[in-house]
Design a protein. Structure first.
Length: 251
C-alpha cells in the first residue's frame, strides 16, 4: 500500500547553521512520537551533508530541491543527481512550479532529471499543478495530465512506482490560499485515474500523491483525511519545527 508522507521544502531559506539547528529540532521532536507518515526534509544543496550527519536519517529522509539534467562535466554551477546521492540524501524535488516558472524547466528537461535521479538511486518528488488562469477556465485537469505525461510516462511501470507525486496548485503556493479538501481530492483522484489508465490500478494505488500549497497545522487534518491525499509538501510551515510537527501529527 502507498505511504503517507509529509515533506518539507525549505526553498532558499536558512543558512547551513540555521538549517542544521532546525533539522535537529525536528529530529528531537520526532524521537518522542511515532508518526503515522514518513517524514522528509528537502534542503538547499549546501546543507545536505551537514543535515544528513546531524539527524537520524531512519527517522527523517533528506532530499535536495533540484538536480541537474546532465550527468557531469562542464556545467558551471550545476549539481548532479550523483553528487546529491553522494551526500546521503535519498530524495530530490523535481519540477517545482518555481523551477518551471523562474528557471524555464520544460517537460523535456524534467524528463532527463527524473531519469538521472532514478539512475542514481534518488526518489523524485515530482511536482505538478496549474496556475490560477488555468483553473479559472477549467483547464487544470488537462494541465496536470500533460505534466505527468510529458515527464513521467516514458518510464517503465517499475520506475514509475518509485515516484512520489506532489500536486501543488500554483495559486496556493505561499499565498495563504489553500485548495479546499474537496478541490484537492477531486484532482488527486483524477491524477490517480490518469496513472491507472497508463500503468494499471495496482501502480496507481501504490503511488503517493501529496498536496502542497499553504498547507498548515490547521488545514492539514481535513486535507489528509481525503482518500486520495497521501500527505503534504510543505513550504513556509516547514521552516518552524512546531508547525511542521503540527502537520506531521495531523495523520
Ligand atoms: P507553501 O509552499 O507551503 O509555502 O505554500 C509549498 C511548496 O511550494 O512546496
Amino acid at each position: 500500500m502507498r505511504k503517507n508522507i509529509v515533506a518539507g521544502n525549505w526553498k532558499m531559506n536558512t543558512t547551513v547553521q540555521e538549517g542544521v539547528a532546525l533539522a535537529k529540532e525536528i529530529d528531537a521532536a520526532l524521537a518522542g512520537v511515532t508518526p503515522k507518515c514518513d517524514v522528509i526534509i528537502a534542503t538547499p544543496f549546501t546543507h545536505l551533508v551537514s543535515v544528513v550527519n546531524a539527524i537520524d536519517t531512519n527517522r527523517i529522509g533528506v532530499g535536495a530541491e533540484n538536480c541537474a539534467d546532465k550527468t557531469e562535466g562542464a556545467f558551471t554551477g550545476e549539481v548532479s543527481a550523483k553528487m546529491v546521492a553522494s551526500t546521503g540524501a535519498k530524495y530530490v524535488i523535481l519540477g517545482h512550479s518555481e523551477r518551471r516558472a523562474y528557471y524555464h524547466e520544460t517537460p523535456e528537461i524534467l524528463k532527463e532529471k527524473v531519469l538521472l535521479a532514478l539512475a542514481n538511486g534518488l526518489t523524485p518528488i515530482f511536482c505538478i499543478g496549474e496556475v490560477l488562469e488555468e483553473r479559472e477556465v477549467g483547464k487544470h485537469f488537462e494541465v496536470v495530465k500533460a505534466q505527468v505525461e510529458g515527464s513521467l510516462f516514458n518510464l517503465s511501470a517499475e520506475d514509475f512506482g518509485k515516484i512520489i507525486l506532489a500536486y501543488e496548485p500554483v495559486w496556493a503556493i505561499g499565498t495563504g490560499k489553500t485548495a479546499t479538501a474537496d478541490q484537492a481530492e477531486e484532482i488527486h483522484a483524477f491524477i490517480r485515474k490518469t496513472i491507472a489508465d497508463k500503468y494499471g490500478k495496482e501502480v496507481a494505488e501504490n503511488t503517493s500523491i501529496l498536496y502542497g500549497g499553504s498547507c498548515k497545522p490547521s488545514n492539514a487534518p481535513e486535507l489528509f483525511a481525503k482518500p486520495d491525499v497521501d500527505g503534504g509538501l510543505i513550504g513556509g510551515a516547514a521552516l518552524k519545527a512546531d508547525s511542521f510537527m503540527g502537520i506531521i501529527t495531523a495523520f
